[in-house]
Design a protein. Structure first.
Length: 616
């Protein structure tokens, strides 16, 4: 009996150990590329656990990131496969290392996800919303086998009210079908390409931002819109509701103190709030006001959300020489920062952790920059919130798209421009997603410039798109085509020049446009054991050591003060980090090596803010 029991317990221990090992092995990074230190230490049981929407917070929510099941099937098979292929770590794109899969999908295949989640009956007193931070590109969501909705757009958040689809049981089934043609389709893709090479990077398919549930009352606040006016010392606030009743009120508190109470006037209610002697937001003093908004019915709070705002103004005006300048809070502030593509060797579009997400911004600030150009990519909401808190100006690009196969010559203001003639479907996709992106990011005060087009990539109807962008958001400037074909429209004329800095002519263009250097530099230094691949690495100019690299960087940047005096308002250096085969980053792709001496680098950069400019 004793021997039998001993054997039984030994067998039980072995079984437990075997089960533990299976669980431990159900996720591991895929591929053989370099990794960040955050990716190396990633807790796959709690990937990106932070609250994903800092501009509209509630306490009742549930993070759904983690191991889901996936399958890749031919596009001709529209129904969910009966058998899944394995585990995928959400929210990392299927091509990434951190997904645990590392496979390409392409236009001829579908990517399916499925998972089981628990929603107790106690959490269903109102409505249950299923949120996706971003899914690239066309996404169909099913709950318990029933379709919840379809979304197209790889860069904007979306949600579905899944309350009617929930079963009486605690456990609920969620399935997601994704189709993404990447560079073979008419949709925005940024730098993605199925066959990555040169300046084009690995494709990103499927879920790449946090998936989460939110439990809300039957009548709730959908969104808010905050527009500061420092000249009138007031905040314009708009509140969108899904429903309301006669007599409902909105009670607003700022910094914990009640500011105003307004009767609900409809689904959308807008009003102004006085902000006397406002504390202005800037890179040197990034002051944020906490904002609380409550929907009150018959004296009781029906719903309440938290958010924040900043009092800041971005505008342009002529200097004493008649050249347009970019102003921050009615004063000239030279803006200098890196081109930031937001790619990761292990997560591709997705930073391994929130600490990693913030790292790039912190280091950019510490290195003496005050601005970031977010290049043909959109980040998760938390990235912009970090910029708000750290004090970092942001120029936000629209991700480029379409294959550019149909170009029509149309002279620009330089007499040399061409524009693309997009199909109606392509144009509709662009307009829909660009509007959705700007609407989702509207409340982040760090964003001061919208960039509809980069260079000539998919550039079309430039004057019309610039005007439309400005009309939808008069609180920011519009850089119609950064380094692209120049057409009348927008607030900024933007030149790209590698590697030396240059600027548009103040005599020809300075009276009408603020003049900026949208890209320059691109100085390369491959660092052994920190490159994406051992071969085919490149920069616009390549160096062999840190001393040579910094000497050239210092030389280029020291040419800029003379340009500031002539009328230059901003400059953008390429780039924050290496990206795949590009080795022209200030940091290596894995963020482990800063390629130039930090103190000297910061000193060189900060000298650009000391050039005096008198505004008319």
């Amino acid at each position: 009996m004793g021997i039998s029991m001993t054997r039984y317990f030994l067998a039980l221990i072995c079984l437990c150990a075997f089960t533990f090992n299976l669980r431990a092995q159900e996720w591991k990074p895929a591929g053989g590329h370099i990794q960040t230190s955050w990716g190396e230490k990633l807790d796959y049981k709690k990937p990106l656990p932070e609250y994903p929407r800092p501009q509209l917070t509630r306490s009742s929510w549930k993070n759904l990131n983690g191991l889901w099941q996936y399958a890749i099937v031919p596009k001709t098979l529209e129904k969910q496969p009966q058998t899944m292929e394995g585990s995928i770590l959400v929210p990392f794109a299927v091509e990434s290392s951190l997904s645990g899969v590392g496979r390409t999908v392409g236009k001829d295949s579908l990517l399916w996800y499925t998972t089981q989640i628990e929603i107790p009956v106690s959490q269903r007193k109102g409505r249950v919303l299923l949120h996706f931070g971003a899914v690239d590109w066309q996404c169909t969501v099913f709950v318990n086998g029933q379709q919840a909705g379809i979304h197209e757009g790889g860069y904007d958040p979306f949600s579905f009210d899944i309350t009617p689809l929930l079963s009486k049981n605690k456990m609920q089934s969620i399935s997601v079908k994704v189709w993404d043609p990447t560079n073979d389709g008419p949709q925005p893709v940024g730098k993605q390409m199925v066959n990555a090479h040169g300046i084009w990077y690995t494709s990103v398919t499927g879920i790449w931002q946090t998936v989460w549930l939110e439990m809300v009352p039957t009548d709730y606040i959908i969104a808010t819109r905050q527009t500061p006016d420092i000249d009138q010392e007031q905040l314009r606030l708009s509140v969108q509701l899904n429903n309301f009743s006669a007599g409902d009120q909105l009670k607003v508190s700022i910094g914990g103190e009640q500011a105003i109470t307004k009767n609900v006037a409809g689904i959308n209610t807008a009003f102004t709030i006085p902000i006397k002697n406002p504390k202005l937001w800037s890179p040197d003093s990034p002051y944020l006001y906490d904002l609380s908004i409550a929907l009150v019915r018959k004296g009781k709070v029906a719903d309440q959300v938290g958010t924040y705002f900043a009092m800041r103004k971005i505008s342009s005006a002529k200097d004493v020489n008649g050249v347009k300048r970019i102003l921050l809070n009615n004063k000239f502030q030279f803006q200098f920062g890196p081109l930031d593509q937001g790619w990761w060797p292990d997560g591709l579009y997705t930073a391994p952790t929130d600490e990693a997400l913030r790292f790039d911004i912190d280091k950019t600030k510490e290195l003496g920059f005050n601005m970031i150009r977010k290049h043909v990519k959109v980040e998760p909401a938390r990235w912009y919130a970090h910029c708000d808190k750290i004090g970092m100006l942001v120029w936000q690009d629209m991700p480029n798209g379409d294959d550019g196969s149909n170009w029509e010559p149309r002279p620009g203001i330089d007499g040399l421009g061409t524009e693309m003639e997009r199909t109606p479907a392509s144009e509709n996709i662009y307009r829909k997603e660009w509007s959705a992106i700007r609407n989702a990011l509207y409340n982040f005060p760090s964003i001061v410039v919208w960039v509809p087009f980069n260079e000539a990539w998919g550039q079309f109807k430039t004057t019309e798109i610039a005007k439309w962008t400005a009309e939808e958001d008069a609180s920011r400037l519009v850089n119609s085509a950064s380094g692209g074909n120049f057409y009348d429209g927008g607030d900024i004329l933007d030149l790209h020049n590698y590697p030396e800095p240059a600027m548009p002519s103040p005599k020809l263009f300075g009276e009408k446009y603020a003049l900026v250097l949208g890209e320059f530099g691109g100085l390369g230094l491959p660092v052994n054991d920190h490159v994406w691949t051992p071969k085919e690495n490149w920069g616009y100019q390549t160096f062999t050591n840190e001393e040579e690299l910094f000497k050239r960087y210092d030389e280029l940047v020291k040419r800029i003060p003379a340009m500031i005096k002539k009328g230059l308002s901003a400059a953008i250096y390429t780039q924050t980090t290496d990206v795949e085969n590009e080795t022209n980053g200030i940091f290596t792709y894995d963020r482990k090596i800063l390629k130039m001496p930090e103190a000297k680098f910061r000193e060189t950069n900060q000298a650009l803010y000391n050039v005096p400019v008198a505004i008319h």
